[in-house]
Design a protein around this ligand. Structure first.
Ligand code: AMP
Ligand code: MG
Length: 411
């Protein structure tokens, strides 16, 4: 009997329910923590910024002095640069101040240099400033703690560190943070037809694109990748190599050999040396996807067609890997945009169409890449993202579709 197709969302939930969160953590320097997942909550023990400071180059005054004086002329008593510890302003004096410099205790208002006229007063022998525009009390001051307050929880465990997060951690003065250790992902492709890119081309063969695309996807996400030699279409070899990979890695991803052809041995190998949990999804492209365990390690058997590899990796493998890494919340950016095309309803599978954005603003529409074959890898390179068409839905020109730009699943 033909196995029924499992809806994508159901399959993802079923996979996630079989994935455990990690427990291997280590301290990493900030430089090495990009894309790693925090294994601890991070609190600040300081205010950021640590003191009220100037947002402009100009002068600083005590605002109440402005009303006390008959004129708008102040004597300049000092120059305060970023990094200085300023002294209090003498009564009715101003200081020159530069961006980032700490304000004197008794000063509260900065006047930008553009609103000042500096001159030397011969009679007093003093440098003076005339304030040309009436100042606003407290203006151009960055108050202490406006960014982060002392004692504040800055990040929670499970946060995957983006470049801006590394910056924020650095601003707290932290040199290192406790993160989950990277996962070791074993990557293998199956198929007698596969050549390694760089090898000489041969009749009847094609170059292995899947393993290299997956390796790049995984590296971009911060995983450690172990590349294994291509597997021949042979049950015994598939069984023994998959077992071997499972012993060396935290999880395994294979490509090809999961269909029902006479040379497809991956599912059979999984059933004999591990356990099969999920097979065949209501997804186009990517139907023959399998998931299970070998030696207790999650095993993802992706199809052979490159677009199917990309789609199943993005929507099924990536969320599972994030869970294995302890990511608390995965986010996917998506937009509802009108289609500039029509497609017939697919009665059994949810479709992931390669589309590009055309027009801008309110006129933005989705253009369909002309060749949607799952073997046409250029459809991914020459498009901006994927549009999702649910099972049984006919798309008519102007209908709004969920559009997910690359990279799918941002965090
Ligand atoms: P399979 O599921 O193994 O029958 O593969 C389906 C299609 O994908 C066949 O046309 C294969 O030649 C192709 N294919 C399989 N593996 C790869 C790979 N690693 N790189 C590029 N194409 C592949
Ligand atoms: Mg094959």
């Amino acid at each position: 009997m033909k196995a029924s197709l499992i809806p994508v969302d159901e399959a993802r939930e079923a996979i996630l329910s079989r994935i455990e969160a990690p427990n291997k953590s280590a301290k990493y320097s900030l430089i090495d923590s990009l894309n790693k997942v925090l294994a601890e909550d991070v609190y600040s023990n300081t205010d950021i910024p640590p003191a009220d400071n100037s947002a402009m180059d100009g002068i600083v005054i005590n605002f109440s002095d402005f009303h006390k004086l008959d004129s708008r002329i102040f004597e300049i008593s000092s120059v305060i640069q970023a990094g200085d510890v300023p002294e209090n302003l003498p009564v009715s004096c101003a200081s020159r101040i530069y961006t980032g410099a700490v304000l004197p205790e008794n000063a509260d208002t900065v006047i930008p240099v553009e609103d000042c006229r500096f001159f030397f007063d011969e009679s007093s022998g003093q440098e003076c400033v005339e304030i040309l525009v009436k100042p606003v009390e407290g203006n151009h001051v960055r108050p202490r703690g406006q960014d982060i307050k002392s004692g504040q929880k800055v990040f929670s465990r499970g946060n995957r560190l983006k470049p801006q997060d590394i910056g924020l951690l650095a601003s707290l003065g932290l040199g290192e943070v406790l993160c989950q250790k990277p996962l070791k992902v074993g990557l293998v492709s199956t198929g007698n037809e596969l050549l390694r890119p760089g090898e000489e081309n041969k009749a009847g063969k094609i170059f292995n694109s899947n393993q290299f695309m997956l390796s790049a996807l995984l590296h971009e996400l911060g995983f450690e990748v172990l590349m294994f030699d291509v597997l021949a279409d042979d049950l015994k070899q598939t069984q023994s190599v998959l077992l071997d990979i499972a012993k060396q890695c935290d999880c395994i991803i294979s490509t090809g050999g999961v269909s029902v052809g006479g040379a497809d041995f991956v599912k059979q190998a999984l059933e004999t040396v591990g356990e099969l949990a999920i097979w065949r999804l209501a997804i186009k492209p990517g139907k023959p996807f399998v998931f299970g365990r070998i030696e207790g390690k999650p095993f993802f058997g992706l199809p052979g067609n490159p677009v199917a590899v990309f789609v199943t990796f993005s929507f099924l493998v990536k969320p599972a890997l994030f869970k294995m890494l302890g990511v608390a919340e995965s986010k996917q950016m998506e937009f509802l945009l009108p289609a500039d095309f029509s497609v017939k309803a697919n009665k059994t599978r949810q479709e992931y169409l390669r589309v590009s954005l055309e027009g801008s603003g309110e006129n933005q529409k989705l253009r369909l890449f002309e060749n949607q074959s799952s073997g046409v890898l250029s459809s991914l390179s020459y498009s901006d993202g994927l549009a999702i068409v649910p099972i049984g839905v006919e798309v008519k020109n102007g209908d709004k579709l969920r559009f997910i730009p690359y990279p799918v699943l941002n965090n």
